[in-house]
Design a protein around this ligand. Structure first.
Ligand code: ADP
Length: 507
């Protein structure tokens, strides 16, 4: 028996599931990255804003010196430039100040302080100072991104926050390189990806362990079932101490194996008994036939020649004994036929025979039997040309059985019709009666040995239940088919079918 291809093993399905989860995690990770990036940017902008607010308060303090300490504008501005110019945070991060004309007032970069960068552009061609001035004019404060320093190829992207100081027409600001934020984002990302990969790896490992722990015993059990299906009943399910569904399945399969063994044992015993029974019937039939033939011959002789010299009662008894002996002879011949058919020893004298004379002969042979039941047999005419390849005596035996059954199961005064139908290939011989019909529940057993319908009327009619079984054997061994159609209460039609001999075909 070939093993059907297992396309999707349990392990594959589990791995597929983990794959889907991994893809899902990837998606979530991607969304998280976007979210984290936005959040980090917001955080940096907010931090920078707070820092600028601090510088702005220093600026205010210096400006206030004019009113509180009577300082000159120049002194106040020098105070602001000194204080803010020296202010540092983080890794040497600084503040810058420029005025609304784009002149840089405070910047630690060499040569930058005092320079007008109003018309300077960054590497993306952006007028960065003009952009900052525009935002301050519009909103008073805000943030912007640009590449710093201007006019330089290896400038880096910066995000800056700035506030306008309208009193002096100044702008104070500070910024962070985006690279720094990216580094932080990457750090977080690496941690997230490592954690996710670790999770996926662990899941894969667990999935493959679970997959194996499920599929291995199933594959073993499948092997046991296959061996059983192939007829090997010596196989046993490996002992399994699992307390789960698979353990329970293994126990069930073992029970199944034991049941299969028991059934096989019963089957063997049954077939041994069948053999013994058949042998017994065969021996008894053989042993009975010879003495019965001589008893029947003697009784026939007495009934035929000496009956007239006997008292009427004795002659009657001899006649009954003769009839019963005849029935016994029929039964024994039937049993011997079955025996021979089973042993493949039935011999057939197959010839191309005209069907019409066989049908007429069958009617003639059974007419007196039918009359006992007050039943009339009729035969539809059939063209002489129709021929079949059969053993004539055996076909007569079959038709006799069908006709006698039809007569037996017809009501008194009934009719039985024998007729043939042809198509291009076959000829079907039908025996129709208008009798009891075959009960639904008995139909499947009609052709079985010793089977009779369970109605009291059937029992009363006698018989052995062997006729149809023998007929089926004979018809099939001659290359034909047998069957019936029946309606309870309306009657039955039993038929036999043989291939028709084509005109011109040789014997
Ligand atoms: P027997 O007639 O000796 O009992 P058969 O094998 O010829 O054995 O028939 C088996 C059973 O089939 C009969 O006992 C009867 O119940 C049923 N049977 C056969 N032919 C007919 C029929 N024409 N009408 C009704 N029942 C039938």
């Amino acid at each position: 028996m070939t093993n059907p291809i297992v396309r999707f093993t349990i392990s594959t399905r589990l791995l597929l599931l983990i794959g889907i989860i991994a893809v899902g995690m990837g998606g979530i990770l991607h969304l998280s990255t976007i979210y984290i990036r936005d959040a980090l940017f917001d955080k940096y902008i907010e931090q920078t804003q707070h820092l600028v607010q601090t510088a702005y308060s220093l600026l205010t303090q210096c400006a206030d010196k004019i009113t509180t300490e009577g300082a000159s504008l120049e002194e106040a501005q020098t105070c602001a430039i000194t204080l803010i110019g020296n202010l540092r945070y983080g890794k040497d991060e600084y503040f810058w100040i420029n005025n609304m004309d784009g002149v840089m007032l405070v910047h630690p970069l060499k040569g930058m302080a005092g320079k007008n960068i109003f018309d300077d552009k960054d590497i993306t061609e952006k007028y960065l100072t003009r952009s900052v001035i525009d935002i301050v004019k519009k909103y008073g404060e805000g943030h912007d991104t640009y590449y710093w320093p201007p006019n330089e190829k290896n400038a880096k992207m910066k995000i800056s926050y700035f506030m306008g100081f309208p009193k002096w027409g100044w702008i104070v600001g500070t910024g962070t390189y985006v690279e720094q934020i990216e580094t932080e984002i990457n750090d977080i990302l690496i941690k997230l990806i490592s954690a996710a990969s670790f999770l996926v790896l662990i899941s894969l490992l667990i999935a493959s362990i679970i997959g194996r722990s499920i599929s291995k015993p199933i594959v073993d059990l499948n092997g046991v079932m296959r061996e059983l299906a192939a007829g090997n009943l010596d196989i046993d399910v490996k002992p399994n101490s699992r307390m789960d569904e698979i353990g329970s399945m293994a126990q069930t399969v073992q029970i199944f194996v034991e049941n299969a063994r028991r059934i096989a044992r019963i089957e063997t015993e049954k077939s041994d008994m069948e053999n013994m029974k058949s042998e017994f019937i065969s021996v008894v039939s053989h042993e009975l036939r010879t003495p019965l033939t001589s008893i029947r011959g003697a009784l026939g002789l007495i009934a035929g020649t000496m009956a007239k010299d006997m008292p009427e009662k004795a002659a009657h008894l001899i006649q009954i004994a003769y009839i019963n002996c005849d029935r016994l002879m029929t039964l024994i011949n039937d049993l011997l036929d079955i025996d021979k058919a089973a042993a493949g020893e039935l011999h057939f004298d197959m010839r191309h025979e005209k069907l019409a004379p066989i049908m007429s002969q069958a009617i003639e042979t059974n007419r007196s039997y039918a009359e006992k039941y007050f039943v009339r047999l009729s035969c539809d005419p059939l063209p002489d040309s129709i021929e079949v390849n059969v053993d004539k005596a055996r076909l007569l035996q079959v038709l006799s059985n069908l006709l006698s059954n039809a007569a037996k199961f017809s009501p008194a005064g009934g009719k039985v019709r024998l007729y043939a139908e042809t198509d291009t290939e076959n000829v079907r011989i039908n025996v129709s009666d208008y009798g009891l019909g075959i009960p639904e529940e008995f139909r499947s057993r009609v052709f079985q040995k010793f089977s009779q319908a369970e109605s009291s009327s059937t029992r009363k009619k006698g018989g052995t239940g062997l006729g149809l079984h023998i007929s089926k054997n004979l018809v099939e061994l001659m290359g034909g088919q047998i069957g019936f159609d029946s309606t309870v209460g309306l009657g039955s039609t039993f038929w036999v079918e043989f291939p028709m001999i084509k005109h011109g075909a040789k014997t």
